[in-house]
Each structure stands twice: as C-alpha cells, then as structure tokens.
Design a protein around this ligand. Sequence first.
Ligand code: TRP
Length: 336
Amino acid sequence: MTQSTILTGITTTGTPHLGNYVGAIRPAIEASKQNNVSPFYFLADYHALIKCNDPEKVHQSSLEIAATWLALGLDTDNATFYRQSDVPEIMELSWMLTCVTAKGLMNRSHAYKAMVAENEEAANNDADKGISMGLFSYPILMAADMLIFNANKVPVGKDQIQHIEMARDIASRFNHIYGEHFTLPEAIIDDKASILSGLDGRKMSKSYNNTIPLFVPEKKLKKLINKIKTNSLEPGEPKDTETCTLFSTYKAFASEKEVAEIRKQYAAGIAWGEMKKVLFEKINAEITPARERYENLLNEPEFIEQKLQEGAVKARAITQPFLVELRKAIGIHRFS
Ligand code: TRP
C-alpha cells in the first residue's frame, strides 16, 4: 500500500475542549497509529495572530495544545509533531504562493466574506473594517502548511473544506507556471467523528462560549456536565435520545453496547440527574489518565520543548531541501 501523508494543524488560541478532542485530536492520534500513513501534526501559531493579538495567550495556548497532544499519547516517533514557526520555510513558501494567487480567489473566502457581510449589515461605511491582510490571505498560509510537505490527506472540519480547495487551486497554478512541484491535497471529512454539542445545545465552539475544556479538574468537569441544557421532563417520563445533548455526548465516548443500554433507559424515563452522572463517569474514565499526564507535562515545559525541537529537525529535513528546489524553480538562487 502506498504511504499517505496526513497533515493537520491546530491554531494556538485558547484551550482545547471536548469538541476538539472528539472531533479532531482523538481521530488524528488514532490515524497516526496506522502503518501506511506518515502523520504531520503541528501547532499553527502563526495562524493564531490572525485572531489574537495577546502574546501571553498565544504563548500559553501553544504550551497547552502541545501538552494535550503529548498527554493523549501521540507517538512522536511515528508522527512529525512541530510548531509552524519553527519551520521558517513555511513562511517563505507562503510568499511564493502569494505571488501566484489571484486576489479574486481570496475574495471568495467564506471567512472574509462573512466579515464583509457583517460590516455591511451594521451599515458600516467601510466594508473591510477590522479585516487584516492576515485574515484576508490566510488560506495562502494554510496552503503553504500543506504543500511544503506534499500532504495528500488533510482531516478537517467542514468549515475548512474551502481552504483545501483553494490550496489545490494555488498548487495547480504554481505547478502550471513552474513545473510539477506540489501534490494536490485532499480534505478528509470523517463522518463518524462526532461533532459535540456544547452546554447550550449548539455546536461546541469557543465562539459560542459553551465549551467544556478537555482537562478541567474532575470537580469542575462534573459541574460543567451538570450545566448541560436538558428539557424539563420528569424522572419516569420517556425521553427522546436524538434531540438530547447528554445522549449525543455519551455516544462519543461509549461502546455500541453501552449506547444501546442507555437508549433503553431513556425509554424507561431515566432522570436527567442520573444521566448526567452516567455521562460524567464515562467521560472522566476516558480522560483521567491523560489529565494526570497533562498536569505533569505542564510542569515540564523543557520536555515539551525538546519534543517540539525534535519535530522541527524532522520537519526541516524535508522542508529545507524542498525549498532549495522551489527557489531554483522560480529563479532565485546563487550564481555559483
Ligand atoms: N485553519 C485551521 C483551523 O482553523 C488550522 C490549520 C492551519 C490547518 N493550517 C492548517 C488545518 C493546515 C489543516 C491543514 O482549523
């Protein structure tokens, strides 16, 4: 079987929550255990600047996200695990790509268009109010992230599909002008990966402020689970599973057999308080060993740094020679 290069990045703003874990990190760690894949996972710290101008926050978030991946058992011998900013070839490629990217392509970016629409709705006389060039051209940086490693499989959420398509467009354009240098990446949307709902029932997302952080202390986890919104049905009244956040969350952590059992209990009218207890026990059992490792890791930033530096060395063994090739292709290289 041919080896596939699977790559994904996490923007270093904020603390990872259960939704990130179930939707992205857990499947990525699983995928990294298959022997026909070569995984590249990275901290997208230059992407963080697009949304966040708080140096403390960007720094702290990088540490927490790195500790999270390591605590959850990412095998850094098999996976290349690195910080985007430790691989400067990515930024250099980003400029090369910027120069072959049509501005019109970026105009079509959902993220940018949404902000313009917001400004227009607010009757701003500046449609571009609050929009930095970072936000506008961020799909190009994302393309560089993928193309520098010739990634062919990129697991992402649905909101990122457009960015993968843009990367394909940009890569094709570069290949057309300068010769075949890049593989066109493909988005992998895992339909089985659960999208968790948050405390209020909407999709769990930092922007809705409805998240359960992955490694909160046990007591806090219990408290947050108790806050998950339910309807007002009394104990003994049959309850619907399909519209219930407690149930869908449980499904993301339990075996099929356990889910079938809980389904019966819903029909039999399980009390919400009881279901919350069951859910807490289930999540807590899965998270506890990693939580302990996470807390230890946070006290050992030198260890985390060493892992990232090892990752950067592995990454640059690929990116440095590739960049020499690319510079040559575009006519920027030494005379002798
Ligand atoms: N933009 C992605 C997000 O917000 C993170 C990201 C940056 C990424 N570079 C990437 C994902 C490259 C996949 C591949 O989720």
